[in-house]
Design a protein around this ligand. Structure first.
Ligand code: ATP
Ligand code: MG
Length: 457
């Protein structure tokens, strides 16, 4: 039996459990085996999660500064929302969604992206009617059944913003600037902003017709999985990852060369605003969306540090028809979504975050010393200073060793000698300098010290 157990794929554990229920010996063995997470769904723990925390803090700070408020929508939504909001002729809806019937027989889907849910909520609560401009951001997990690889997972996290109610190209530029500012704030320097335009219906529709006809003429060059798209979504051939598709795309005419006056004016204004904000960009015709309600600006933030197929850190654009498509009254919108897993990977590889180190480690010994150290630690923690204390009654030598390992900025020694003399010793672990601090003034003097050193950083 043991031999058979070794071959068991753990993801089938529950099924096997049922199959072998009658064989109690095997049943017990199976229950003892370690369970695994679902393929493509990761555990994010320290030290990696510190990087995630920093990215999320930065995202919140950038949003606060630009006036975007957080929205949290459910992870489960009616399947219909994504069919309409993402579009039936997309990879996401055709083959990547986690869809199931719940106990009532309703078809539900784990959200594959954030915009559809936000727009659903805006319509449901009538927010776009109450306020002329809505600025919202979200942060959270998304689910797509893709082939897991570096930077591509089945549960991944997105940070995104949506600006609803403004038609002016200034809104497109502001949205782009929020994404750009976040990338700079967290220290991603190897990033390129690529922008394009999808124009308006009046130039896109005839262009799509022409594209569909050309693709039909070259059917032998069209990748198999794209053949069903050439009517509804022909422009997506430009961002198809297949080499054959990319070669074909190079020979096709560009919408950028066939823009009407309104479209080229809008695109020109966005570029002017980006210049004013000193945000560098390149115009790249391969940035497409290709659904009816996307129009004008489309953009992507890309990096060279993650390989060719996972090089997009984020993408977005204008979607003036979406609110209406989801049952609301016509409302222009523009937004982007950024992949947090990819941001974390880039930062991890560049080691831009040195990890977290405690501000202070208190080394204590003896009953009195422990009670002082607990009190001081709580007071300092209450003021936002990170403090580690010994919880295991270890020797001072072992505690000092741990302080070194944790790379603490300061170490406070309160041994029995220090308690007797009424003076603790504060060691700066970088400069190796030492100060004596009277026990009764510990919190006040340490706070002063930390304010000073925070100012110097
Ligand atoms: P890609 O071309 O890489 O598949 P996409 O066009 O499907 O990206 P969007 O739907 O625009 O991506 O999502 C915005 C961002 O979310 C992407 O730029 C990427 O950083 C991230 N992202 C998308 N899918 C995944 C995934 N499966 N795993 C990790 N991050 C993802
Ligand atoms: Mg994708």
């Amino acid at each position: 039996m043991g031999g058979i157990l070794l071959d068991v794929d753990l993801r089938h554990l529950y099924l096997l459990d049922i199959l072998v229920l009658t064989r109690s010996e095997v049943h017990v063995n199976l229950w003892c085996m370690k369970l695994q997470s679902i393929r493509g769904m990761n555990d994010i723990a320290p030290p990696e999660s510190h990087i995630w925390g920093k990215i999320e803090d930065a995202a919140r700070a950038v949003c606060r500064a630009a006036g975007y408020g957080e929205i949290r929508t459910p992870i489960l939504e009616p399947t219909e929302l994504f069919k309409r909001g993402v579009g039936e002729a997309t990879d996401i809806v055709e083959k990547e969604m986690y869809t199931f019937d719940d106990r009532n027989g309703d078809s539900l889907t784990l959200r594959p992206e954030g915009t559809a849910g936000v727009v659903r909520a805006v319509n449901q609560h009538g927010w776009a009617i109450q306020q002329s401009i809505l600025k919202l951001f979200y942060l959270g997990p998304m689910y797509r059944h893709e082939r897991p690889q570096k930077g591509r997972y089945r549960q991944f996290y997105q940070f995104g913003i949506e600006l609803l109610g403004v038609q002016d190209p200034l809104a497109d530029a502001e949205v782009i600037s929020v994404g750009w500012d976040l990338l700079k704030k967290i220290g991603i320097h190897d990033v390129e902003l690529r922008i394009s335009t999808l124009g308006t219906d009046s130039c896109r529709k005839p262009y799509f017709k022409k594209l569909t006809a050309l693709l039909k003429e070259n059917m032998d060059l069209v990748p198999e999985d794209f053949k069903s798209r050439i009517e509804k979504n022909p422009q997506r051939i430009f961002d198809h990852k297949d080499e054959k598709a990319q070669a074909l795309a190079k020979k096709l005419p560009l919408l950028l060369d066939e823009l009407d006056e309104e479209s080229s004016q809008h695109f020109k204004r966005v570029q002017e605003h980006l210049h004013s904000m000193e945000i560098p960009f390149v115009v790249d015709a391969n940035i497409v969306r290709g659904l009816d309600y996307y129009c004008h600006t489309a953009f992507e933030f890309t990096t060279n540090s993650l390989g060719k197929t996972q090089n997009a850190l984020g993408g977005g654009g204008r979607y003036d028809g979406l609110v209406e498509m989801l049952g609301g009254r016509p409302t222009p919108g523009v937004g982007f979504a950024m992949g947090l897993d990819r941001l974390a990977l880039v930062l991890q590889e560049a080691s831009s975050f040195g990890g977290v180190r405690p501000d202070l480690v208190i080394v204590s010994s003896g009953k009195e010393s422990v009670s002082v150290s607990l009190k001081v630690a709580r007071e300092l923690r209450g003021r936002g200073i990170s403090v580690e204390v010994d919880l295991e009654g270890r020797s001072m030598k072992a505690q000092l060793k741990r302080a070194n390992k944790l790379n603490a900025q300061y170490v406070l020694l309160i041994g029995e000698d220090e308690c007797a003399s009424g003076m603790a010793i504060l060691k700066n672990m970088e400069t190796r300098s030492e100060d004596s601090i009277p026990l009764e003034k510990l919190t006040a003097q340490l706070l002063e010290k930390f304010v000073e050193s925070f100012h110097q950083e």
